[in-house]
Design a protein around this ligand. Structure first.
Ligand code: ADP
Ligand code: MG
Length: 328
């Protein structure tokens, strides 16, 4: 396969963003930065055999997810995704057709947000495909939806059901025999393969005067600990408030869902904290637009203590990965 031929095939023939001065085809891309906005940039790599398996995911799904996980980071800053760049290291056993399908998967999501592919890099590698996506977004200068912005007394919220992606992965790996309903299985697998970055909710959240925000890539417990650490606060969440999809709910009681809900990861929902007053504001805005957002707990002044109050009223200390009984 010829590198330049490949680049010409992935080069978009039209773009959405009028700010692009020059996209693919020169040494680097140029776009005009928007006045009164900050640029937001993030990059994430997916490695075959670690982040995806060629046998379990289609090339379009792989592409979709590679871009989605980055767009989720942009959403977690309250920002608007605009441009992306793709670096791809290609082993000899990947066919050009499948590589182009990876780009089609990215394009599917990019279209939704009118994002443009403005560059990348193409190299060969002996074994295992590596795909690195960089996303550039923009956010109004005054918005700082940082992990460090939570304060005691804040409401802790999430933007969607938790644990679906991890359950979907277990189904794909043949490690889950409790969920049998084919529609539930299909839903969970699609939550794993095609996570929805919460850009629209993120934009409503960006309107708040003060908000702490994170996307859930490593599991709720891990993200809450990061918020607590950065903000020098504690957090208590209520098990009964944790949103769970009908698919997971269907096996509640037969199966301990907490490993998926609390430690599963890759949900790519947003988790955040804001004052009671601001919470009422964002809840109203989201619900008026049919976007999910619900309270799951509150912020406390107990430095870095992240706890879970179970439906049984038992209180557990929630560590980044795993819980242990809270010492009295
Ligand atoms: P240079 O050698 O100057 O870095 P390249 O020959 O690597 O340029 O790339 C030529 C153009 O194609 C650049 O605009 C680059 O951003 C783009 N490009 C290269 N590989 C990819 C890719 N895999 N996906 C998207 N754009 C790419
Ligand atoms: Mg050059």
């Amino acid at each position: 396969m010829d590198e330049f031929d490949f680049i010409s095939k992935v080069k978009p023939n039209k773009t959405f963003q009028h700010n692009i001065v020059t996209g693919i085809g020169d040494d680097a891309a140029i776009y005009k930065a928007t006045k009164n906005y900050n640029q937001v940039v993030c990059v994430d790599t997916m490695v075959e055999g670690i982040h995806f398996l060629k046998e379990l995911s289609s090339p379009t799904d792989i592409g979709y997810k590679a871009l989605a996980v980055n767009v989720s980071d942009i959403a977690a800053m309250g920002a608007i995704p605009r441009y992306y760049l793709v670096s791809i290291a290609i082993p000899p056993y990947w066919k050009e057709e499948d590589l182009l399908s990876i780009y089609n998967g990215m394009e599917e999501l990019a279209k939704k947000y009118e994002m443009d592919l403005i560059g990348g890099d193409t190299v060969s590698i002996a074994d295992k495909l590596v795909i690195t996506v960089t996303v550039i977004g923009e956010v109004e200068e005054h918005v700082q939806a940082l992990r460090s912005c939570a304060k005691p007394g804040d409401i802790v919220f999430v933007t969607g059901p938790l644990g679906d992606s991890a359950a979907g992965l277990d189904i794909l790996l043949g490690k889950c025999d409790v969920i049998c309903d084919p529609l539930h299985k299909e839903y969970l697998i699609s939550r794993h393969k095609r996570p929805t970055p919460r850009v629209e909710v993120g934009r409503f959240i960006s309107l708040l005067d003060r908000v702490a925000l994170n996307d859930i890539s490593d599991g709720l417990a891990s993200e809450l600990n990061e918020l607590a650490e950065s903000s020098h606060v504690g957090i208590v969440i209520q098990e009964r408030l944790l949103p769970v999809s009908p698919a997971l709910k269907s096996v509640e009681g037969q199966y301990d869902l907490s490993k998926w809900i609390l430690f599963g990861g890759e949900d790519f929902e947003l988790v955040g904290a804001t004052s009671e007053e601001e919470w009422e504001k964002v809840k109203k805005l989201c619900h008026e637009s049919d976007l999910f957002i619900e309270q799951i707990g509150t912020v406390t002044d107990e430095f870095q203590e992240v706890r879970l109050k179970r439906t049984t009223n038992e209180i557990l200390k929630l560590k980044k990965s795993g819980f242990n009984h809270f010492r009295k």
